[in-house]
Design a binder for this molecule. Structure first.
Ligand SMILES: Nc1ncnc2c1ncn2[C@@H]1O[C@H](COP(=O)(O)OP(=O)(O)OP(=O)(O)O)[C@@H](O)[C@H]1O
Ligand SMILES: [Mg+2]
Length: 331
């Protein structure tokens, strides 16, 4: 939970103290009660649904947030799902159906996986946005709507425009503002708080008595690459808390793919850097030197089974320097 003085909204469900998460919350704070349409970008499991909900809940809008997963609804049903239909509009339309646009009146329509919206549907969405009115399939009248749209995607929407998969005019209408979510491996310092939060969240369903995280478990969690981001971490912690018998969360409770990082023997720093794990050691342009150092130290520590002396030797720093840095990272 982040409770910076500068933030007025309620973000209790968004865990993290990293500067990356603080930036995201700051953006939500600036955007939530504006009418601007927002696209939330982020890899799978980074929290796009959570952020869309925070944008809605801090918007002051009185209606509901209604979600549509553009990838999950068949192309021929999407129009009626979005705009509704009148009785008799097509063979199986036995009753009038109120679409999600209408249900989101005075609230927020969350268009998830927007990049997957079929090209055939895009002009209809564009028209609804431009006129502020919708027409039910088979209907004759236009219905005025007050709907704020938030969209999300794990792909590059601008690239989809270049590839001819997404209309440019619709892109500009939707992307009035954007929020880009960091991957979990870009904010490793949030892992401990997230683990504590997920342990608590799943305590009852797993009848778990875990109240402590072993330092070696934390080192391991910080050394993993997290391709499935926060969702993968949540699943790992839920599973681990069901397996753990005692009060301490140990590496053996974690899924094998995470433990594998630690088990693989590493003889030298050179080998670590040139191993097939190399990709886990690459950093996106713009990563701070501090984040690079922290990740690097934690990975080395994890790969050496949590042995601090060996880690200090391998990194060519004194044990006390290592200790100090680890304290700063919360070990
Ligand atoms: N910062 C966070 N704090 C607490 N929980 C989080 C955070 N980010 C994500 N989660 C949790 O992780 C899980 C995945 O998040 P969410 O469904 O929002 O991801 P997503 O980006 O929409 O994924 P996808 O692209 O697969 O739809 C959810 O259970 C969510 O509550
Ligand atoms: Mg999602």
């Amino acid at each position: 939970m982040l409770t910076g003085d500068s933030l007025r909204g309620d973000y209790r469900e968004i865990i993290g103290k990293s500067s990356q998460i603080f930036d995201v919350l700051q953006q939500i704070e600036n955007l939530a009660d504006t009418p601007l349409r927002v696209v939330v970008y982020g890899e799978t499991g980074t929290g796009k649904d959570l952020i869309a909900r925070a944008l809605h809940e801090n918007s002051g809008r009185s209606g509901e947030m209604v979600s549509v997963n553009c990838a999950a609804i068949q192309e021929n049903l999407l129009e009626s799902e979005l705009f509704g239909h009148e009785k008799g509009a097509f063979t199986s339309a036995n009753t009038r159906h109120i679409g999600r646009f209408e249900r989101a009146h005075k609230g927020t329509l969350f268009l998830d996986e927007i990049t997957e919206m079929p090209l055939s549907m895009q002009p209809k969405l564009l028209r609804a946005i431009e006129t502020g009115e919708i027409e039910r399939v088979g209907g004759e009248k236009l219905i005025a709507m007050d709907v704020r749209i938030v969209a999300a995607t794990n792909r590059d929407l601008a690239q989809a425009v270049k590839d001819g998969l997404f209309r440019e005019d619709l892109y500009y209408r939707l992307n009035m503002a954007s929020v880009s979510l960091p991957t979990l491996s870009e904010r490793l310092e949030d892992i401990e708080d997230l683990v504590v939060y997920f342990l608590e969240k799943h305590r009852l369903s797993c009848a778990s008595g875990v109240s402590e995280i072993a330092p070696s478990t934390l080192a391991l969690l910080k050394s993993y690459s997290w391709p499935g981001n926060v969702r993968e971490l949540e699943n790992a912690i839920e599973r681990a808390s069901c397996f753990a018998k005692g009060e301490i969360l140990l590496p053996e409770h974690l899924p094998e793919e995470i433990r594998m990082c630690q088990k693989r023997p590493v003889n030298s720093l050179k080998e670590l850097l040139t191993s097939e794990n190399e990709q886990e050691m690459s950093f996106p342009f713009g990563t701070t030197l501090e984040a690079v150092e922290e990740t690097f130290i934690c990975k080395t520590l994890a790969w050496l089974d949590g042995n601090r002396t060996k880690t200090a030797n391998m990194l060519g720093i004194g044990i006390r320097t290592l200790q100090r840095k680890l304290n700063r990272y919360g070990f």
